[in-house]
Design a protein around this ligand. Structure first.
Ligand code: CA
Length: 600
């Protein structure tokens, strides 16, 4: 319904058709001036010179469904208005809906005339009122029948139309329900139908589903406004349409890749960390033959050991520094600074400077593995609890060890680093001042939301639970994420009745019926897939699925499993994020995928 008018809700008002211009008012000839105005299709006289600030626009509504009315004309007269103001109000589906604009002032006589299809006046009503500039309260008017006994109820007034929700993001083919609310100038609800329209039907179409409800259907990528109009008043919703996400193969035949990043200031290259101890460059879709760096002779590569991540310094474009996290030949954790050589595609292998060494010789597993610069410019280091199983040494809850922690250090000061004075355990020996957060088992991958700056930590669980912890951007550190008192949302040691006092519980937990080891990702902040905006991505290494959720005001929302879109991707070791915020998936089988729009 309303389709005829929905295409141009705010467009030029239509004049009555040529045939219905054969008007007679009260069975007398139409005054010449009125006939001339209607004949040229004008609705607002052209010699109306009052500035807009002194005018009011009133929505006109009349239910003419019970009367055989073909056109509705509104005249405005007043002692100080020398030109007759005449407006034709379009009729669709039994409702006359339009607007009039008139100078503010007292003693405005507004007269409505209804005509039948033959141009004979059938109803008339008038009211004399004071009109304010800007919004006006609703004026009710009854058009009395000139013959017969069916009156027409009409209103004039100022309205505010709002559409809820006022913004939504849909995937192509997706639908959403919109609701319009109309209130008059004093805030009272108006139970009248609105007319829906879309500014770009190539992006989203809209169909009325009730008096003030509609369904939007996403058609093509982009953004458009969907409008609900009531007379001259309108409200709108911004509808953003995204393609569905899919995965595209970027590279394969890499050697146990487990991290991907870009260098600040350079969108042309992807850097992929390979576990045996090499860093490869992908330039324009091709893996360069010469590695950026090869430290396989320094790296212990087996199981969870190897070269585990790299972090470009935020000022890499100027200082050429980057940092590695690897397990050395004596099975200790090394955080090491390197610099690039004169060749931007080759690092200076002789530039190594050890920043941090952590003894990790007892067991092979739970090495942690991530170095990452935070939005505060400090280097965050994720260290596992030292391994074996069940945290038998109680490492997670101990603050006198760097194992089982996320550390925060300043690599721009000191030698080889400084502990930021704002770290939570500074000056509290025997606690290690480098500790930023504790109670972690193996925080293999964590990331900062580049917009909201919250820290998302995916902590790999023992035999039952995988978890995501979210630290708000306002945190001053020191959170205890529970290991090994708890594993995910479950008590671990003791297995029942554990005290949760002081522990920060995960925002998301999944059990081992769904997977075995979480791989943390990123909050999507790219531009190619608006449907994903704000979604934190994670995966399960064993099952190969990818999932996401949005974390908003303490609640996990919009959980989604991408198996229908991506399939099972493989043994996902890591995600990657490029400078534009687009995301990648890295698999142990040697592949790099890009999360990308699925376009026909
Ligand atoms: Ca935990």
């Amino acid at each position: 319904m309303y389709s005829r008018h929905s295409k141009e809700p705010w467009g030029p008002r239509r004049s009555v058709s040529g045939r219905s211009l054969m008007l007679h008012i009260g069975r007398t000839s139409l005054p010449g001036a009125l006939a001339a105005l209607l004949a040229v299709g004008a609705c607002v006289p052209r010699d109306l010179t009052e500035p807009p600030a002194d005018r009011a626009t009133l929505a006109v509504r009349a239910d003419v469904s019970a009367a055989a009315v073909a056109s509705l004309v509104v005249e405005v007269t007043a002692p100080d208005i020398t030109t007759l103001l005449v407006f034709n109000i379009p009729i669709a589906n039994g409702v006359a809906s339009g607007s009039i604009t008139l100078p503010a002032g007292s003693n405005r006589t507004i007269t409505m005339h209804a005509f039948d299809v033959g141009g004979v006046e059938t109803h008339r009503g008038a009211v004399t009122v004071t009109i304010r500039a800007g919004p006006n309260p609703v004026i009710s008017l009854v058009l009395a029948p000139l013959a017969g006994d069916t009156p027409i109820n009409a209103t004039l007034g100022s309205f505010v139309v709002t559409v809820t929700p006022n913004a939504d993001t849909l995937v192509i083919g997706g639908t959403a329900a919109l609701t319009a609310t109309i209130v008059d100038a004093v805030g009272a609800p108006v139970a009248q139908p609105v007319i829906w329209a879309t500014l770009n039907p190539g992006i989203a179409t809209v169909a009325s589903t009730g008096d003030r409800t509609a369904q939007v259907t996403a058609v093509g990528p982009g953004a458009t406004s969907v409008i609900a109009s009531f007379g001259a008043s309108g409200g709108s919703a911004t509808i953003t349409v995204s393609a569905a996400p899919t995965v595209q193969l970027v590279a394969d035949s890499l050697s146990s890749p487990l991290y991907l990043t870009q260098a600040p200031g350079d969108t042309s290259r992807l850097f992929v960390v390979e576990q045996p101890g090499t860093i490869k460059v992908i330039l324009n879709g091709s893996v360069l033959g010469t590695p950026f760096l090869d430290i396989t002779t320094l790296v212990s590569f087996s199981g969870e050991r190897g070269l585990l991540s790299m972090a470009f310094h935020p000022n890499y474009a100027r200082n050429g520094q980057f940092f590695l996290y690897y397990i050395d030949k004596t099975n200790n954790i090394q955080v090491v600074r390197y610099t690039v050589s004169a060749d931007p595609n080759v690092a200076d292998a002789s530039s190594a400077q050890v920043i941090l060494s952590i003894n990790h010789q007892t067991y092979e597993n739970h090495n942690g593995g991530l170095v990452l610069f935070g939005p505060d410019g400090y280097l965050y280091v994720g260290v596992g609890d030292g391994g074996s199983r069940r945290d038998s040494a109680g490492i997670g809850q101990r603050t006198d060890t760097l194992l089982g922690k996320i550390l925060r250090i300043d690599v721009n000061s000191g030698s080889p680093y400084l502990v930021p004075a704002s770290n939570p355990f500074v000056g509290l020996p025997p606690a290690k001042p480098e500790i930023w957060a504790y109670g972690l088992r193996n925080p293999w991958r964590f990331s900062f939301d580049r917009v909201a700056h919250a820290l998302y930590i995916a902590d790999v669980g023992e035999n039952a639970h995988e978890e995501v912890d979210v630290q708000p951007a306002t945190s001053s550190g020191g959170e205890d994420y529970g290991w090994s008192i708890m594993e995910g949302l479950a008590c671990f040691n003791p297995s029942t009745g554990c005290s949760q006092t002081g522990l920060v519980l995960p925002v998301l937990d999944y059990d081992h019926t769904q997977g075995c080891a979480i791989t943390g990702g990123y909050v999507y902040r790219g531009s190619r897939l608006p449907i994903l905006t704000g979604h934190y991505f994670y995966a399960d290494f064993c099952k190969g699925w990818v999932r996401s959720f949005r974390y908003v005001s303490g609640a996990v929302l919009d959980q989604h499993d991408y198996t229908p879109e991506f399939g099972l991707v493989g043994r996902i070791t890591s995600f990657g994020e490029d400078l534009q915020g687009e995301l990648y998936i890295v698999t142990q089988q040697g592949r790099v995928y890009r999360i990308a729009p699925a376009l026909p």
